[in-house]
Ligand binder design. Structure first.
Ligand code: SAM
Length: 214
């Protein structure tokens, strides 16, 4: 049987021209499509809208797939800041968000995310929702930066917490694996967070930044 639980559920949903455009652009540009899965994207939209987030921050834009999903959950006055290392990816993502009708909601900051996170902190910016999906070695650093930029009650989501099984394999000890193990432990144990790990897709972490009274 060719059908998987993922393909069964995906087939229930209407075709999504804006997200298909992203996949098509990545193909045309010869870029690897490492965007979040369709169901994952729907979850991001739902979480952003259910949390009432107005300002969202994404780390890792690629072609704008998750950016569209995040922007869809924001209200009309909402803003998405997206950090992307490669200027050509940021341009592609911007074009795709614009084609999807969300161009006025999004700002791309090009360069090393760590440097842009420091600048955002210096500028006094703060966010209600974070999506971490960039270089894995820096996940612990990104999580700490998100905590510094978080409004009370903010939601943090992160992709690839399983690293295709490497995170749970004791034989794997590379820098990305070690970083993800540290990241996952922080999500589970840090007193500032209420966290949960879901073994869906390549592993998904979600956390709420506790408010002072929690
Ligand atoms: N979130 C995207 C989506 O689902 O549509 C996919 C993001 S892809 C998995 C990871 C992205 O992170 C790539 O576009 C890559 O260029 C970017 N990236 C990698 N290292 C980075 C860094 N140090 N700073 C900012 N972006 C980085």
């Amino acid at each position: 049987m060719d059908r998987t639980p993922e393909s069964y559920f995906d087939a229930l949903y209407e075709t999504d021209a804006d997200l298909e455009r992203v996949a098509e652009c990545l193909r045309e540009a010869g870029m690897r499509d490492i965007s979040v899965a369709a169901g994952y994207g729907r979850l991001l939209t739902l979480l952003v809208s259910a949390s009432g987030a107005v300002n969202a921050l994404e780390i890792g834009a690629l072609g704008g797939y998750s950016g569209i999903c995040l922007a869809r959950g924001l209200p009309a006055k909402g803003k998405l800041v997206s950090l992307e290392l490669q200027s050509e990816y940021a341009e592609l993502a911007k074009a795709n968000l614009t084609a999807a009708g969300h161009g006025d909601k999004v700002e791309y900051l090009v360069g090393e995310a760590a440097a842009n996170l420091r600048q955002l902190k210096e500028s006094g910016a703060s966010f209600d929702f974070f999506f971490i999906d960039a270089d894995k070695e820096n996940y612990p650093l990104y999580l700490e930066a998100c905590l510094e930029l978080a409004n009370p009650g903010a939601i943090i989501a992160a992709d690839n917490t399983l690293l295709r099984g490497k995170t749970i394999d004791p034989a794997k000890q590379g820098p990305s694996v070690q970083a993800l193990r540290q990241f996952n432990l922080t999500i589970a144990r840090d007193a500032r967070l209420q966290g949960v790990h879901l073994p869906a897709y390549d592993g998904l972490a979600l956390a709420r930044v506790k408010a002072g009274a929690d």
